[in-house]
Design a protein around this ligand. Structure first.
Ligand SMILES: [Zn+2]
Length: 264
């Protein structure tokens, strides 16, 4: 599928023969040692793709057979071209991506610290790099013939099993580098959005083009501009810690061979 080989520009540790079919894009703020429960870092890479650099992405060894790729992710001005991230993931042999982001509660029912599983999304982005179609580096042809499920049902089921009661949400993905206005917040709510995220789109669409499974997990970190801004009470930190603790089980559950339709 990929016509242009990747140039690997940095390797810090020796690669080893482990199964690693999952990449976790970590767009939440965690204490430096929080991810150690996914195992020690056994490989770390930065890739130069046709769309710029991607990484560093670290391979963490969960046990003798299983590892997981972990990449810090940000929607700040230094943001990597989303195509570079997904292109590099494909080249790493990754089949599945979990995007864990912090988001703004557009739905007034949602409280700070609440994790939500993204079930559908609205793309409100201005990025020109939102597709691999018609791209000489991928050779992908556009196909508007079928409506596809954007989020992997198997990964979603694993999240729901590990975080019982987690609500499903519609996410509006934005790429502007500011907070939403009050008028935008009301508009997004009118469209049916529950949360706003800076790191979900266009990555989910790019992953779908590459036939990768994709799941979006958003931890609510603040309230929309048209709502009362309550003082933080540590609820985000507590929620992030609960979610981190389920990650090793999640890695094991989604390491099974894919039976979903995402790859077809
Ligand atoms: Zn899938």
């Amino acid at each position: 599928m990929l016509h242009t080989p990747l140039e690997r520009i940095e390797t810090q540790k020796t690669a080893c023969m482990l199964t690693a079919n999952l990449l976790i894009l970590v767009a939440v703020l965690l204490p430096p040692s929080a991810l150690d429960l996914l195992g020690e870092v056994v490989d770390e890479r930065t890739y130069l793709t046709p769309y710029g650099e991607a990484g560093p992405v670290a391979l963490r060894k969960l046990n003798e057979d299983l590892a997981v790729w972990v990449q810090p992710y940000t929607g700040l001005p230094t943001r990597t071209d989303p195509r570079a991230t997904i292109f590099a993931a494909r080249q790493l042999g990754v089949e599945r991506i979990l995007n864990w982001d912090m988001g703004i509660a557009i739905n007034p029912v949602l409280q700070r610290g609440q994790p939500v599983l993204v079930a559908d999304y609205i793309s409100w982005i201005n990025h020109q790099a939102d597709t691999f179609f018609g791209d000489a580096h991928t050779g992908l042809d556009i196909n508007l013939g079928s409506v596809r499920q954007p989020f992997c049902p198997e990964m979603g089921a694993a999240v729901q099993q590990l975080l019982p009661g987690i609500p499903e949400a519609v996410c509006v993905g934005v790429d502007f580098l500011r907070r939403e206005t009050r008028a935008e917040a009301r508009m997004f709510r009118g469209w049916g959005a529950d949360v706003l995220s800076y790191n979900l789109a266009p990555e989910v669409a790019l992953a779908q083009e590459m036939r990768l499974c994709y799941a979006g997990l958003v931890t609510v970190s603040g309230y929309a501009a048209d709502r009362v801004q309550h003082e933080p009470m540590g609820e985000v930190r507590a929620s992030l810690s609960t979610t981190v603790e389920m990650l090793p089980s999640f890695v094991e559950m989604v390491a099974q061979p894919r039976r979903c339709a995402c790859s077809s």
